[in-house]
Write a protein that binds this ligand. Sequence first.
Ligand code: CA
Length: 233
Amino acid sequence: MNRMTILVVEDDRAVRNLITTTLKANEYHFLTAKDGETGAMEAASHNPDVVLLDLGLPDMDGVEVIKRIRSWSNMPIIVISARSEDGDKISALDAGADDYLTKPFSVAELLARLRVVQRRLSIMQRDPDSESPIFANGDLRVDYEAGCAYLGEEELHLTPIEYKLLCLLSRNVGKVLTHRYITRQVWGSSWDNDIASLRVFMASLRKKLEGRPGSPQYIQTHVGVGYRMMRVE
Ligand code: CA
């Protein structure tokens, strides 16, 4: 039984029906809205647990809806975009969306994204200030106060930038962070050169963190978009 309530903001009836049928079959509660104005209003009046938001809406840009919701709430937002809207997807993540689905998506993908959000929500609820001094995920532990990270019993020997990257990813576990967001947080700027350096630092961080860098367990790459730390059981 899933007690989460999901707000579906989507103007395309076929896509909306696919989503609501899936949600119903998996016992999620849901609300729907066919445009951005109604979506932002429903979010404010029902305070859903998750918003599934189409970016191409008839009355306003989906990114506008994210900005409106983010002005008062951190509720998880998963955006739905067409393959041709890669730039929009990145703007949506930069505006505060948590994750994205690209059309056409499968029912399995939709459910997988909801499970990621659900895990994130249950951790946020268990630990409301969520700034616990020790972050634990699988074998990884980050001690924010001591400024150290461990993999099992072994201390990870990280450079300052690798450690900064690891902290940024772990503090946002479950959330997709864009290249632009990461480079701004780490270097205070965002140039193409920084994105190239980011790839290099990320590769060296992964070499230290991942048992098998070919099939990463902790850090997921989103090609052309950014990176996400996954929750590891
Ligand atoms: Ca649409």
